[in-house]
Design a protein around this ligand. Structure first.
Ligand code: CTP
Length: 399
């Protein structure tokens, strides 16, 4: 059971924090609440006291049975979630301002923190708010992004509190991560992910169906286990996990260069990316015109194998590759293990609906010099967990 501190700041969405408290309790969490005085204008502390059977922290000096309540609350919390997070409270978090009970408690929290922003669309879009959200994210705060819709002020736009269910799920996910073994603490892991795009001309390219979900799930798990993660990512449309150092790339050549650079000083690399095997020999500097130029024949040259290049430089370090196959999965994976020189191949049968590109589950097998281990179909976070278990084991063997 996790202890969740719900921090309610002063916006109209404050009433939705009551629902969040209930959802978290139903999921088995112990919940306490801290509020700003502005939040009390929208919902009374009595409501939260009735829900939690705990004293609600509003003022450090008034209800004084505990003179250091901000320390007591922050010590108690396994996870803190600011819901709703106003622009003002996020600005204070960024600056480290602790001028009320809620911000003092947040400043004292060393547990994972989530924020669920909610405000008027113009306040949300303001450059100051956007910059503050980015700083919080860079510091490892999890941001549950607001939705677009009709706002309480009557405007339509981005700034509506995310659905309470999504916020509760994000808290539970983080709480689960917070109780993970920190067996990758002090390790730096390079993960490449997503597709690459090989330009034909300024508007056309060759790509593939990779979504990056697998690599991003592995990055999330590695971070939860205490690793520093360098995420070399091709173009994807999913949100990077908080705390990862993201190195965006487009082409296979850029991914090779970025992966090699990121591998310097790192302890391991996991190559999940669907790297293009071929790239156009010539990239036109203007849009090719089919009436004038040939578009039916594009001459291709092979790209360099990133996994093989990292494996050649690894020394005592650990390198893990993937094999996405539609047939003869294990035989092809074994051939790749030998050809590329990595420590482990995660073989993935992409002919299966529950294991293909874009799926939220995967059925993998581990193929290494020690043999083959076939796993059941699992949701991606559990697949990532199993892969990181293997990585931690391999790193442990080298130590
Ligand atoms: N890979 C790589 N660089 C490439 C091609 C592939 O690093 N230029 C890596 C992938 O990230 C993956 C592994 O090699 O970890 C296997 O990729 P896959 O596409 O399954 O195999 P290929 O080597 O491309 O061989 P084939 O297309 O014949 O299956």
């Amino acid at each position: 059971m996790s202890n969740v501190l719900v921090c309610v700041s002063g916006g109209i969405a404050a009433y939705k924090a009551c629902e969040l408290v209930r959802s978290l309790q139903k999921a088995g969490c112990a919940v306490r609440v801290a509020m700003t005085k502005a939040a009390c204008e929208f919902v009374g502390p009595i409501t939260f006291e009735a829900l939690t059977h705990e004293k609600v922290l509003v003022d450090l000096f008034e209800e004084n049975d505990d003179p250091i309540a901000h320390i007591t609350f922050s010590d108690w919390a396994d996870v803190a979630v600011v819901c709703p997070a106003t622009g003002n409270v996020m600005a204070k978090m960024v600056a480290g301002i602790a001028d009320d009970a809620l911000t003092a408690t947040l400043l004292a929290c060393d547990c994972p923190v989530l924020v669920a922003p909610a405000m008027n669309v113009r306040m949300w879009k303001n450059a100051a708010t956007q910059a503050n959200v980015q700083v919080l994210r860079d510091r490892g705060v999890h941001v549950v992004m607001p939705d677009t819709g009709l706002l309480a002020c009557g405007d339509i736009g981005e700034g509506k509190l995310a659905p309470v269910e999504d916020i509760a799920n994000a808290v539970l996910q983080v709480a689960k991560g917070a109780s993970r073994p920190q067996d990758l603490a002090g390790k730096t892991i390079v993960i490449n992910a997503g597709p690459t795009r090989e330009a034909i001309d300024p508007v056309r390219f060759i790509a593939n169906a990779s979504t990056g979900k697998m690599g991003y799930a592995i990055a999330t798990e590695a971070l939860a286990r205490g690793a520093k993660v360098r995420l070399v990512s091709g173009p994807v449309s999913i949100e990077a996990p908080a705390g990862a150092e993201v190195i965006p790339v487009v082409s296979a050549a850029q991914m090779l260069e970025a992966s090699l650079e990121a591998f310097e000083g790192a302890d391991a690399a996991i190559c999940t990316a669907a790297v293009a095997d071929y790239t156009p020999k010539r990239k036109a500097d203007h849009k090719l015109k089919k009436s004038v130029e040939r578009l039916d024949i594009i001459e291709l040259v092979e790209t360099e194998d990133i996994l093989a290049a990292l494996s050649a430089r690894k020394g005592e370090r650990v390198v893990i590759g993937f094999a996405a196959e539609t047939n003869d999965l294990i035989a092809y994976a074994q051939a790749k293990l030998a050809r590329k020189g990595c420590d482990l191949i995660v073989a993935n049968d992409v002919s299966r609906k529950d294991s293909t590109f874009g799926a939220d589950t995967s059925k993998i097998s581990f193929v290494s010099a020690d043999g083959v281990e076939e796993l059941e179909t699992m949701p991606l976070p559990e697949v990532a967990h199993a892969i990181i278990d293997r990585l931690a084991h391999l790193l442990g063997e080298r130590a």
